[in-house]
Design a binder for this molecule. Structure first.
Ligand code: UDP
Length: 458
């Protein structure tokens, strides 16, 4: 540890959802390990729901976003209402927190904030603090939104067969674009939020992206000619990657309670590589018809499966499927310890929505994927999984946007049994090594994290 590092104190401020807290918490642990003092700033709702159980020694200072009660941001009338409140209430609370820490003799030098909240840059500037904006999505996805902000990609994209952008390695068909871009009418406030990430980006001192240079060379080279972006991923507990942070084997917080014992016991009775792990993350909502097709596809594939279905999604599971699952064939749980599951030798493939964390976790653990993207950046991640990293297959949806059971069955068989599966599994192993190397001492992400810290000291 550089002695000067312990004079630095960073505030780390994630957006209040599981997929945003995990990477920023993990990045905080990396900085702390290198001697930086960290204060993590979740919302009061997130703190009450999950953070009291956090095992790491990181200091936590929750602030209000105006939605402190039982449902947090899900209690807001609309996403616009929430974002407005978050900015208004959150910026006041943040100002008070920075002043409080200064008065206590523990002042802040740097604010690292989720790119979904560009208004935090104004607060950092007000206090003359170093600012680091944190991207939780892939560089390819960020490049797409940057092209939109620069007006180099004109919306809507309707009528185009392909979109070819200088910041992307390959042309994309519209359905490979983030869903808010391909279908502009679907969630206009989200589209605005993602484009607005770049509204003041030139003024941020640092841009930290949770990806790996070797995964997205073209994309990273393109953006770093324009912005001071550094790749610092994968932000996965160290014991699954480089093993340099002792005992760091879980994110340490979970909004939902994992059924750890049940899952691990069940997996330990399964043969190596025999299980399809199925999960659509913390937010995606599937159509009832899609749930049925997945259930039937799993059945037809005849492989073992461990399926995470959140409580709110449970009523969509076909009743006869539930009644007939044989205990030795399948297990359905409301939440699982995903890292432990993905790294278990019984897992043969991961049927995933391709949330960016899940994708990075599968890449880091060398688990082949069957991609069923539901919305947002997942559509672009699925394209990269299949065509660029060639470590999975994207299941093709029909004209109603549903992946049919025959397709589910076929994709599982391809990855678990077929000739193509062999190649996919070989690539998965290759990416696992690349990912680990990036976090090893002197690896591309490790160097970038050190550079960021060294410049903070100067
Ligand atoms: N996760 C988990 N248990 C589960 C399902 C998901 O711990 O049963 C974790 C997973 O490891 C990942 C995060 O939840 O870190 C989900 O993030 P992702 O970006 O993949 O998807 P999102 O939930 O944001 O759609």
């Amino acid at each position: 540890m550089n002695l000067a590092h312990n004079k630095i104190h960073c505030l780390v401020i994630p957006f209040p959802t599981q997929g945003h807290i995990n990477p920023m918490l993990q990045f905080s642990k990396r900085l702390q390990h290198k001697g930086i003092e960290i204060t993590l700033v979740p919302t009061i709702y997130i703190f009450n729901k999950s953070m009291q159980e956090l095992t790491s020694s990181i200091t936590i200072e929750p602030i209000s976003d105006g939605y402190d009660d039982v449902n947090g941001l899900f209690g807001a009338k609309s996403i616009e209402t929430y974002l407005e409140s978050h900015q208004k209430v959150g910026s006041q609370a943040l100002i008070q927190l920075i002043e409080k820490l200064k008065n206590k003799g523990n002042p802040i030098n740097c604010v690292i904030y989720d790119s979904f909240m560009p208004w935090i840059l104004d607060v950092a500037k007000m206090f003359g603090l170093v600012s680091g904006v944190f991207f939780t999505m892939s560089c390819a996805v960020e490049n797409i939104f940057y092209h939109i902000q620069l007006k180099e990609l004109k919306l809507p994209v309707e009528g185009h067969d392909q979109v070819l952008l200088p910041g992307l390695l390959q042309p994309l068909v519209p359905s490979d674009l983030p869903s808010f871009v391909n279908d502009m009418g679907s969630y206009p406030p989200f589209l605005k939020m993602l484009v607005d990430q770049f509204s003041n980006i030139q003024e941020a001192d640092w841009i930290l992206c949770n990806t790996i240079y070797e995964l997205e060379k073209h994309e990273v080279d393109w953006i770093t000619k324009r912005l001071r972006l550094r790749t610092i991923g994968p932000t996965i507990p160290s014991m699954y990657v480089d093993k340099r942070l002792e005992n760091d084997n879980s994110y340490g917080l979970s909004i939902y309670k994992p059924k750890t014992d049940v899952c691990m016991k069940w997996l330990s009775d399964c043969d190596d590589g025999s299980v399809v792990y199925v999960s659509f993350g913390s937010m995606a909502e599937l159509k009832e018809e899609q749930m049925k097709e997945i259930a039937c596809g799993l059945n037809k594939s005849n492989h073992n499966f461990l399926w995470v279905v959140r409580e709110s999604e449970e009523p969509k599971i076909p009743k006869d499927f539930l009644d007939n699952i044989k205990r030795e064939k399948g297990l359905i749980v409301t939440w699982c310890p995903q890292l432990d599951v993905l790294s278990h030798k019984a897992i043969g493939c991961f049927m995933t929505h391709c949330g960016w964390n899940s994708t990075l976790e599968a890449l880091s653990m060398g688990v082949p994927m069957v991609a069923i993207p539901i919305w947002t950046d997942q559509c672009t991640n699925a394209k990269y999984v299949m065509d660029i990293w060639e470590m999975g297959i994207k299941a093709q949806a029909n004209e109603k946007g549903v992946v049919e059971q025959e397709v589910v069955e076929h994709c599982i068989r391809e990855v678990m049994e077929g000739e193509r599966g062999k190649e996919i599994r070989k690539n998965a192993t290759k990416w696992r090594e690349v990912t680990k190397k990036a976090m090893d001492e002197g690896g591309s992400s490790d160097r970038n994290i050190n550079e960021f810290i060294d410049k903070l000291v100067l």
